[in-house]
Ligand binder design. Structure first.
Ligand code: COA
Ligand code: MG
Length: 296
């Protein structure tokens, strides 16, 4: 489970190096929107070299390639896959069909470079075109390498000519609330983690905390970051608190001691199967984070 995924522009060695030591669970080395067209060939080589260097322990390294309709994707993939990134982020994906295409590209390079078949994950930014919105429930069918789903509001807004995607109170306008929810349910339907989109206003960490808490409440398990200052807030928000963990253990213990009970009471509140499922989720996440902490 990736709580924080921090973007670093692929043409900045300084930022790629810095991003690796911030505590983000994943660093996304970007070849797309944060790299100017003239810099893309340079950035490809820089990202591949960076991946071949010594990688920070306990951090996953993904690369965001350019979208399929740019004509650049194959060049990006050919440059970076031989350096064995942990995953590829596919922006402006029009649906799972685009991921199948990218997966086939990777298949060939994995074979050619004797990399473990199928090990490189795919993460689509699944809501950046109007057509994509109608496919969000389809990632559950035959989408190889799918590791999670995330959504984006900026490119979708540009695609439909929206003048803004935020209301005056900074909440998403309704079209973006809709795609946020569809991404959440699409990811869970596919059995992968739902990852919340970036908050561009990176200085406002108070607001970031509120947004992270809302995302976690709704079932997102991670969030994209664009600035180092966002990582700690995101990690904290998507980690179980000590109280949550204690409560989850108590729920599991209550059912374990009453194996024939479908429903029980704990501290004066009814608990049944959904509470047990949620408690098991929290304990599993805590165990995974302990392992990650030990690896770092
Ligand atoms: N990764 C690594 N380091 C970063 C970083 C990032 N995403 N964003 C900022 N930093 C570094 C800066 O280089 C600076 O380092 P220094 O103190 O050693 O000089 C420090 O953090 C403070 O940065 P700050 O001055 O607050 O911001 P900035 O003006 O340098 O950068 C952005 C602002 C938005 C340009 C920068 O955060 C960025 O490049 N973000 C990622 C953009 C991206 O990849 N977008 C694509 C996805 S939407
Ligand atoms: Mg974009």
């Amino acid at each position: 489970m990736l709580r924080s995924l921090l973007f670093a522009p692929g043409d900045s060695d300084k930022k790629m190096t810095k991003a690796s030591g911030i505590g983000a669970d994943c660093v996304i080395l970007d070849l797309e929107d944060s790299v100017a067209a003239t810099r893309k060939p340079t950035a490809r080589g820089m990202v591949a070299d960076f991946l071949r260097g010594e990688r920070a322990a306990g951090v996953r390294f993904y690369v965001r390639v350019n979208p399929l309709d740019s004509g650049l994707t194959l060049h990006d993939i050919a440059a970076v896959v031989p350096a064995a990134p942990d995953g590829i982020v596919v922006p402006k994906a029009n649906g799972p069909e685009d991921l199948r295409t990218v997966s086939h590209y990777i298949d060939v390079l994995e074979a050619e470079h004797a990399l473990p078949a199928g090990a490189i994950a795919l993460l689509p930014v699944a809501t950046e075109t109007a057509a994509a919105v109608f496919t969000l429930g389809d990632y559950r069918f035959d989408t190889p390498r799918l590791a999670g789903m995330t959504w984006g509001a900026e490119d979708l807004g540009a695609a439909v000519g929206a003048s803004t995607n935020l209301r005056p109170d900074k909440e998403w306008t309704s079209p973006y609330q809709l795609v946020r929810s569809l991404c959440l349910f699409g990811a869970h339907a596919a059995g992968v983690q739902a990852i919340d989109t970036v908050m561009a206003d990176f200085r406002d960490t108070d607001r970031l905390k509120v947004v992270c808490d809302e995302a976690r409440r709704d079932g997102f398990t991670g969030k994209i970051a664009i600035h180092p200052a966002q990582v700690e807030v995101i990690n904290a928000a998507f980690s179980p608190s000590a109280e949550e963990l204690a409560h989850a253990r108590a729920v599991i213990e209550a059912f374990a001691s009453n194996p024939d009970a479908g429903t029980l009471q704990l501290d004066g509140k009814m608990i049944d199967r959904p509470h047990l499922v949620q408690a098991e989720r929290i304990v599993a996440l805590a165990a995974q984070l302990d392992k990650l902490g030990a690896a770092r």
